[in-house]
Design a protein around this ligand. Sequence first.
Ligand code: NAD
Ligand code: LMR
Length: 327
Amino acid sequence: MKAVVCGASGGIGQPLSLLLKASPLIDELALFDVVGTPGVTADLSHISSVAKVTGYLKEDDGLRKALTGADVVVIPAGVPRKPGMTRDDLFNINAGIVRDLITGVAETCPKAFILVISNPVNSTVPIAAEVMKKAGVFDPKRLFGVTTLDVVRAETFVQEITEEKDPSKTVIPVIGGHSGETIVPLFSMAKPAVDIPADKLGPLVKRVQFGGDEVVQAKGGAGSATLSMAYAGYRFTRSVIKAVKGEKGIIEPSYVYLPGVEGGDAIAKEVGVDFFSVPIELGPSGAESAQNVLSSVSSEEKQLLEVCKRDLKGSIDKGVGFVTTSP
Ligand code: NAD
Ligand code: LMR
């Protein structure tokens, strides 16, 4: 199992690479970035775990060397937000970074599972899909937008109400996109069920939707969530790898191209957009099936979904257009 991290020297890239290096599920870990990979690689390579670590820069065809033989490619490359910015403000820089990295994937390891962390996820995943389509190698079951941090936040913030000892024991589906009001946590479907007083539900939902801003503010210009994202990114990567290795019953919400995933077409028609996050059953070929949770949402959640759908459409069109209108 070879995993590649693109953007490995960054705030997310370094702790994510550490977690992947420590995982017994990975035999080979390749680190790619435009700066800093020799140092990060030397440092991680002293850890006495299974994975063999290699590092690459852009020079000497580094991207192609890093991606050769990759099974999983995780992408946290690109600039993060500063206070006062939206994720969409990152589009102008990050769109090109993601396009170029995915072009490398399409040419070098088109069968790899691609996990996109770079923001704005609502647009960068459509960019990735279009690049793979243009190259004739798009497999929707293998492309994931990583929205796990929203799930992790929902689990954590609801714990302040439930007082459950281990927050990860409460499963909360989070659907939609990964930005402000496109993030729709479904507390009505929490398992085990949670009893949230009416006056606490609205603020809880808002906190999950704007959890990213909380960290951006607290870091005061030094970036956005990195450590919690590395945890979330590792959790999702581990789930994909375990499912690929044959473990059954692994379900994680992820932002995918729904018409290409079993059960997803009906959901796409219902929400009116093709890219959308829902709980995905993972398996050996990636996204095995999409779970339609829409019929069970509460009336409050229905209203949240209306706002989500409206906002998502523009971000998806912007990502698709970035690739389809360029020569
Ligand atoms: P960072 O600036 O600390 O690190 C980004 C890294 O990407 C840097 O090391 C940089 O050199 C590298 N990079 C830039 N261009 C590159 C290229 N062409 N190829 C390879 N590497 C390149 O930023 P960060 O805090 O790690 O955040 C990275 C991205 O992840 C941001 O876009 C951020 O908004 C996003 N993010 C997403 C989520 C999510 O939930 N999906 C959560 C947190 C952050
Ligand atoms: C997050 O949710 O923390 C990330 O998307 C980073 C950000 O810009 O908020």
